[in-house]
Design a protein around this ligand. Structure first.
Ligand code: HEM
Length: 418
């Protein structure tokens, strides 16, 4: 039997809903709300989405992430859209291990480092396209474009389909704007199935080309199609089309929105902490540590877990089958782990933030994400360093388990080239 609200001490019960537009609109109040939850305790009970636990403390979040036996990764999403599991993120070890091993080498630090010149070219082109204007909508013109161009090239998927990918992943994460909770679940399922259909076609075309002996593209898509996994029955085999489609869609969601969000948070917080920003402008070598601090300061992800047995978290008994949501944004500002957690300190060390997760599901794309953030930060702070928010057009944050921006208008001194 799972926990019912009646069994919980009333002071631990809150009505917080991570998808509630009131959390982020008209201004983002997520950190404020997360801090208020953390003030109550390391774990509290939310009445939303049928009731679930919210874990706020660094120690407990870290422990849960590293205990896949006690806490299953399925479902990772609070809203059950009935679309089945995303691979590998919703599988538990030992089943998860083989799928992860298939992916991990394709996103290794060495492979990602080789992308640096191309990423810098894209960043330079993007900034070059707007630096003379003095005003940009940063999400559309940069934060969305950069990971999209990098990721689609890596996968070998057509840039012409970028708009389709964007729409489908946005709906899969958040539903359609204005949806009720039930409508959002339906919209999500529909978007997921449309994308599964799209990827089924990609897989069929790739397999047909390989069977016809055509020279295979050396992209991540073909590498994954040609990789073998050992399934739960111990059989070594290629992935089925269904498994591949579920993995490709997860990669698309994981690769695009997270990086887009972090680029937005970087601009927001550095424009509001100009003394910290000056350090990056004066010394590009300060960028890598600053990227880690931006990731810590605004962890965009809140992942779900489900208890597989009765277990104590903090001083609370969580029952088998209970759903949990791990608030990385609260854990990353836990003063038991970080000195002055509410201050943005681009030289912070040590900085053991949890923004890429921890344990068996730790982010596979962290090297790629860090590289994109680093190059973007280096080039932006050399070329349009005095950016600031447009007071006439304040940023719009989307409430979600992957929290990011809908829009963010920035002003800066235009750069004229002769
Ligand atoms: C700043 C950008 C990013 C952030 C903050 C981020 C964050 C995360 C987090 C917190 C997890 C763990 C989820 C969990 O434990 O339930 C994760 C997993 C994952 N991420 Fe990322 N991510 C980012 C970029 C990327 C990129 C660019 C890719 C694409 C290659 C990617 C691919 C993945 C995959 C495949 C997983 C699942 C790993 C597994 O289940 O074993 N991520 N990410």
């Amino acid at each position: 039997m799972t926990t019912t609200q009646a069994e919980i001490r009333p002071e631990l019960v809150v009505d917080f809903d991570i998808y509630d537009p009131a959390v982020t609109m008209p201004v983002d109040r997520m950190q404020e709300k997360a801090a208020a939850l953390a003030e109550i305790g390391p774990i509290v009970w939310s009445t939303s989405h049928g009731g679930h636990w919210l874990v706020t403390a660094y120690e407990q979040v870290h422990e849960i992430l590293r205990d896949p036996e006690g806490f299953s990764s399925h479902p990772n999403n609070l809203v059950d859209a009935g679309q089945g599991k995303f691979l590998p993120i919703e599988l538990d070890p030992p089943e998860h291990t083989s799928y992860r091993q298939a992916l991990q080498p394709l996103f290794s630090p060495t492979r990602m480092r080789a992308l640096e010149p191309r990423i810098r070219e894209i960043v330079t082109e993007l900034i070059g396209s707007f630096q003379h204007t003095g005003r940009i909508e940063f999400v559309e013109q940069f934060a969305h474009e950069l990971p999209t161009q990098v990721f689609l090239a890596l996968m070998g998927w057509p840039l012409a389909d970028a708009a389709l990918f964007t729409e489908a992943t946005e709906i899969a994460l958040n539903g359609r704007p204005g949806d009720t909770q039930e409508q959002a679940a339906q919209s999500r399922t529909q978007a997921a199935y449309e994308m599964f259909g799209y990827f089924m076609k990609v897989i069929a075309e790739r397999r047909a080309a390989m069977a016809a002996g055509e020279a295979a593209a050396e992209d991540v898509t073909n590498a994954i199609i040609n990789t073998e996994i050992t399934d739960s029955a111990g059989v070594q085999r290629a992935m089925t089309d269904d498994e591949l489609a579920r993995m490709f869609f997860l990669l698309l969601i994981a690769g695009l929105h997270t990086t887009q969000g972090s680029l937005g948070w970087m601009m927001l917080h550095l424009s509001q902490n100009t003394a910290e920003r000056d350090k990056l402008i004066e010394d590009p070598a300060a960028v890598p540590a600053a990227v880690e601090e931006i990731l810590r300061f605004e962890a965009a992800i809140a992942m779900g877990r489900r208890a597989t047995r009765d277990v104590t978290v903090g001083e609370v008994t969580v029952k088998e089958g209970d759903q949990l949501l791990l608030l990385l944004c609260a854990a990353n500002r836990d003063e038991a782990e970080f000195e002055e957690p509410g201050a943005l300190d681009v030289e912070r060390t040590p900085n053991r933030h949890l923004s890429f997760g921890s344990g068996p599901h730790r982010c596979i794309g962290s090297h790629l994400a860090r590289l994109m953030l680093k190059i973007a930060a280096e080039e932006i702070h050399q070329r349009i360093p005095d950016y600031r928010l447009d007071p006439e057009d304040p940023p719009v944050v989307l409430p979600s388990q992957v929290r990011g921006f809908n829009r963010m208008t920035l002003l800066f001194t235009p750069v004229t080239t002769t």
